[in-house]
Structure formats: C-alpha cells, structure tokens
Design a binder for this molecule. Structure first.
Ligand code: 13P
Length: 254
C-alpha cells in the first residue's frame, strides 16, 4: 500500500452529521488540524453529507472522504440505495464494506461484501474491508476462523490488482460503541491474524497491507493503540463526531 501515508486516521460518522452539521464540524476541525504530510485523514460521512463535506474541504485536499456503504448493483430499482458508480462525482475517493453494523442490521453476508468491494474498485474508489468477531465468537475461541471466513469470503471475487488497493479494518464487535477498547495486545493479535489470512488468501504483500483498528478509540487511548505491533491506523466512530476530539486523535500522527 505504498501510495498511502500511514498512520491512517479514518472517521466513520455512521448515521450522524447531516449536511449542516458537516459544515459546522469542518469549520472547527480545519482550524484545529493544519495540513500534515505524515498521515492520512479520511472521513466517512453519511452519503447525504458527501457534497457538504466536499465543499467544506475544498481548500484542504489533504482531507479525504468516502462513502459508508454502496449497493451490490450498479443501478436499478433499489429504493433508497446508492451505487458506487455515483460516488466519484461527489469527490469522495474511499468506501467502506463489511462494517459489522451493515452485517448485523442489514444482513450483509460475505458474498455481498465481496460484490460491494468489486463495485467500489470498479468505480475507482479505495475500499476498506471491515472484519471482526462478536463476543460470543471470541469466547468460543473462533477469532481466527471468523476472520479467515470474512477475509476469504470478501476477497473471493477480487483480482490481484484490486487486492493491492484494499485497506483493512479489524473491528472487534464487542469493542464498538461499548467503551470497551481492545487492549494493545488484543489489537496486535487481531491484526496479526488479519495479516496471516491476507497472506493465505494471496492478497499481495501482506506485510505491507494497511490495517486499521476500530472499537472505542479515543484521544486517551490513541497513543497506545497506534504503538501496538501491526496497527497502521484507526477507524473511529463516536470519538470522531466532535471536531476537537477528532483533531486530538489525528494529532497522534504528528
Ligand atoms: P466506536 O469508535 O464508536 O466504537 O465505533 C467504531 C466503529 O464502528 C468504526 O467503524
């Protein structure tokens, strides 16, 4: 992933911050986070806020942005859905796939995630494949098998060139929105398993893959998480919604 500058700080706003709040957030954030050559900052606003983000970041090409989800089809009768092909016109260059909330609330299966990755790549976007185990799976000793299934399932229809463009996020479901952050050791273990499975799946040079940690990241724990072996950045939900908190997290890359 040589064209990406790590660490990568990614903000997943989920269903928060409409267009007006996006503008207000950015006004404050850009004042607190000057351009930086030593890190990548990318925000995933709700799709309806992508144009507002583009306007607010017009003078800050260092701030990248992306879409949280796309449909498995390119176009058609799918009320309420968004196609990857529509996204580049907003200026967005990234896309999430496989987030645990999409899997749980919307029933996305590994085969859907595979197709979404393909659509994102076809549209020229950089996908972030999210994987991670539930607490039940962890306690049943299934951490490695869950990650293996998610990675192999998602990469099944992606060719070698596409695989080199992917970024990965290890997000243990039990750490998302719970305040229960994975320890640096837990994060390092999860990242090592992701890397092993990427190697097993033939996903390019797994040692160079960019793998983000996600789950209750905040200014107070960003330093120790980024220092954990194999952690190349973070994917942040709740603590990315406040511009001061997000700027404090991104400042860990300076
Ligand atoms: P929280 O940071 O709120 O735990 O969310 C993490 C996440 O799901 C990012 O995609």
């Amino acid at each position: 992933m040589s064209d990406l500058c790590a660490p990568v700080f990614a903000a997943n706003w989920k269903m928060c911050h409409g267009p007006a709040e996006t503008g207000a957030f950015m006004e404050r954030f850009v004042a607190r986070y000057p351009p930086c050559d030593d890190a990548t900052v990318v925000v995933f606003p709700p799709a309806i806020s992508l144009p507002a983000f583009a306007v607010a970041a017009a003078d800050r090409p260092d701030l990248q942005f992306g879409v949280q989800d796309v449909h498995t089809e390119v176009a058609g009768a799918h009320t309420g859905a968004i196609s990857a092909a529509m996204v580049p016109a907003t200026g967005a260059t990234w896309g999430l796939a496989g987030h645990s909330e999409r899997r749980r609330e919307f029933g996305d299966k590994d085969a859907d995630v595979a197709l979404k990755l393909r659509r994102l790549l076809e549209a020229g976007l950089r996908p972030v494949l999210c994987v991670g185990e539930t607490i039940e799976e962890r306690e049943a000793g299934q951490l490695a098998t869950v990650i293996e299934r998610q990675i192999h399932g998602a990469l099944s229809s992606i060719g070698a060139a596409g695989r080199t463009r992917l970024v990965y996020a290890y997000e243990p479901v039990w750490a998302i929105g719970t305040g229960r952050t994975a320890s640096p050791e837990d994060a390092a273990e999860g990242h090592a398993i992701v890397r092993e499975q990427l190697a097993a799946a033939g996903a390019g040079d797994s040692a160079r893959a960019v793998i983000l940690y996600g789950g209750s990241v905040k200014p107070a724990n960003i330093g120790q998480l980024l220092a954990a072996p194999g952690v190349d950045g973070v994917l942040v939900g709740g603590a990315s919604l406040d511009p001061d908190s997000w700027a404090a997290i991104c400042a860990a890359g300076r």
